[in-house]
Design a binder for this molecule. Structure first.
Ligand code: 13P
Length: 341
């Protein structure tokens, strides 16, 4: 495999393959495990993630890379094999979440700023030695129009941090996934999501240029353009696709390595149907695929429920979602394929 940044980025979005976001912090994975009644310990987290990384059907055919959390990139499987080696043996690339999370932005109630730049150069060098060839940094932009959220300061500060992170990644030979997530949690309509996402992406690419980031060696991990969850509306895949592509044509350079969406709280099937609709109205200047956390893992998590006897069923559930999203990345998914499972 080439070590050139643009080749790594291209491989991450090639052939309808996408990314498995398995980089939940220990706090977040505990919340997921609480739902299935599993105690969150280093071993249970390892067993759960090992189950997915050893799902060879899903991993070899549909997954180009896995985003890991710091604990996981250091962990060994039950038989002593480093988890990173299991991922590599499937042909997928190991990646690493390097941000330290979104913290309240001082002076701007309701806004957050993602932290983690201090010491990042040294951490990236360590992660490279451990096998990471791409990284992820997530900025979080909430929408609450009545409260003036997000502020221009929040959008600007987060875009600037993303650009500093991206430049450091490229210096280390690591492809940065730049993730400016406009949350779907609010009560806003789809056009508000469009406007805020447009302001966010415009600022992001201004900052990436200013930081001399090589766009070909980056992957964008965006939200889709959606109605807020609390609006009570669910936009059709056709409307989501049309508005999401209009947004990207206006703001995202054709030069970037590719686009890999977050799922952001959509149901499993919505995340697949929307990705499919987006690709079905192509051709587009970029490859558009998935980098899903919840929309790939909800089904296998439930099937697994912490029991070794359920590993095969959980791997089958993971393979099914990965297959459906693979087809969606090619614009070849059909709702009837869900029932066939
Ligand atoms: P979701 O797909 O669950 O939104 O997670 C993707 C991710 O990595 C968010 O940073």
């Amino acid at each position: 495999m080439s070590e050139r940044l643009e080749d790594i980025a291209a491989a991450m979005v090639a052939n309808g393959k996408g990314l498995l976001a398995a980089d939940e912090s220990s706090g977040t994975i505990k919340k997921r495990f609480d739902v299935i009644g599993v105690e969150s310990t280093p071993d249970s987290r390892r067993d759960y993630r090992e189950m997915m990384f050893r799902a060879s059907d899903a991993m070899t055919k549909y997954i180009s890379g896995v985003i890991l959390y710091d604990e996981t990139i250091h962990q060994k499987a039950a038989d002593g094999t480093p988890l990173v080696d299991i991922i590599k043996a499937s042909g997928a690339l190991p990646g690493i979440k390097v941000d330290a999370g979104a913290k309240p932005l001082a002076g701007f109630p309701g806004d957050t700023i993602t932290e983690g730049l201090d010491g990042l150069r040294e951490r990236l060098a360590d992660y490279y030695k451990l096998g990471a060839r791409f990284a992820k940094w997530r900025a979080v932009i909430d929408i609450d129009v009545a409260k003036g959220v997000p502020s221009a300061t929040s959008i600007g500060s987060n875009a600037h941090a993303l650009a500093r992170y991206a430049a450091l990644c490229q210096e280390a030979g690591i492809v940065p996934i730049v993730e400016p997530e406009v949350l779907m949690d609010g009560a806003h309509d789809i056009d508000t999501c469009y406007e805020i996402s447009k302001a966010t992406l415009t600022k992001l690419y201004t900052e990436l240029y200013a930081a001399r980031v090589v766009l070909e060696g980056t992957i964008l991990k965006p939200n889709m353009v959606l109605s807020g969850k609390k609006s009570g509306k669910v936009s059709s895949p056709d409307e989501v696709a049309e508005k999401t592509i209009k947004l990207f044509r206006e703001t995202v350079p054709a030069a970037i390595g590719g686009i890999a969406f977050l799922s952001g709280g959509q149901t499993d099937e919505q995340a697949t149907a929307n990705l499919n609709a987006i690709n079905a109205i192509g051709p587009h200047p970029w490859k558009l695929t998935f980098s899903y956390g919840r929309a790939l893992q909800a089904a296998p998590q439930k099937a697994w429920s912490g029991k070794p006897a359920n590993v095969a069923a959980a791997q089958a559930a993971f393979a099914h979602r990965a297959h459906m999203n693979h087809l969606a990345a090619l614009g070849q998914w059909q709702p009837t394929l869900e029932q066939a499972a």
